[in-house]
Design a binder for this molecule. Sequence first.
Ligand code: SAH
Ligand code: SF4
Ligand code: F3S
Length: 481
Amino acid sequence: MIRTDLGTIDVNAPVPADETERQYYFMAKARAYVNELKEELGRTPTCAVTTFGCQMNAKDSEKLVGILEKIGYQLIETEDADFVIYNTCTVRENANQRVYGRLGVLNGNKRKNPHMKIALCGCMMQEPEVVEKIKTSYRFVDLIFGTHNIFKFAELVCSVFENQSMVIDIWKDTDKIVEDLPAERKYSFKSGVNIMFGCNNFCSYCIVPYVRGRERSRNPKDIIREIEALVADGVVEVMLLGQNVNSYGKNLEEPMSFAELLKEVEKIEGLERIRFMTSHPKDLSDELIEVMKNSKKICRHLHLPLQSGSTRILTAMNRRYTKEQYLALAEKIRKEIPDISITTDIIVGFPGETLEDVEETIDVVKKVQYDNAFTFIYSKRTGTPAAAMENQVPEEVVKEGFDKLLAVVQETARDRAARLQGQTLEALVEERNEQDDTLMTGRLSNNILVHFKGDESLLGKIVKVHLDECHGFYYTGSIVE
Ligand code: SAH
Ligand code: SF4
Ligand code: F3S
């Protein structure tokens, strides 16, 4: 169980052996330090958590906020807080550059507030050269930890209060999964839920398996228990998270497929919507298609990363499917679940890729008719097999292919979105519209956004919306009573 009260924990007693208990002990200890700081400052100390990267990192940040709030910090949006943490991503080089750029600004803030604490964590910190660089050039950083030991954040915060010098704790890998630690949700009505950690696929361009470690699935009982508790706390939609959810459960003591897990999640009363990310095409089973088709709760959206439409490039990427296999799979899904949205990720400029290869990718985009596609320019990640390949593609060639692809992707997405005009569909009301505060924004089951007149009393509710007008990638609509 997640503990709500730290008051009963004796910080003078020996440190408990059980990992969850141990971390609650350190939360109690850290809370005493934060209390001292509060007295010194004459106000409640503040914290800010900035997330780079994917949904996994967003979920990890919620765990960090959960602990920071428990030990007495107040969460604020701006980075002039007393404790600032960057949860980093390293999937592409520009993700790293953004972190270094913003660290300079933080240094300025810390000069004005010397008691300020700066922490860095996440995928980028799993790279030894990054940690070296921070140790030498960013010495004002107080704490660095990685992806495998995020569960011991409370313990690390204690070390920061007890040490003057930079605290660094990075693990190479882990087989540990620590349950029942607190998390603070960004949205009261929806939540990510980790079902597995790490990745075993080693796509040749990708750094994730090196920084997130080997694939480990959470026990289904723990997953269900977490979702039940979330639902009891007002959550109506969960997003099941894993780098390759289709291989969920293979290494459990009692193996279980992802489709079987979905059937269990579906049974949870009060839960209205189920999403998941990400599905690797090579592991997507007929059983999963069947379960999705018959489900009342699984959203009509599948993110199915293509990466390339050229079999030659797919082979070099170690994706383990061909263009034809991917097309056959997409066709089967569209046939079985006609109202589904399919979205994808595509990389342009992988070593050895020619404009003919990009044409193959464009061909797949046209055939599959993606509802949306995230297109990325290949980024060389040190340590991955692709980084050592000799035939890196010149920038101009990459750019030409990228622009051509993007034009087709946008045209296809626009056509696809327009098909819903005039329909009345259910939307989960997620937030007030930023540009026009008389409007609320909802998300359709197929992940498309719709804006309609309404107020904040609708937040977290599922409403029926008539889709009046398509504006490229989103709709304006009106609530149907
Ligand atoms: N596990 C997920 C992807 C995680 S990374 C999957 O297999 O789909 C998210 C996306 O980043 C990938 O789908 C890929 O398109 C992109 N990506 C990963 N490594 C990259 C690199 N080195 N350069 C450019 N894009 C990359
Ligand atoms: Fe990276 Fe491939 Fe694993 Fe996705 S499946 S995280 S792209 S190695
Ligand atoms: Fe980035 Fe790590 Fe996610 S590298 S994409 S934050 S798993």
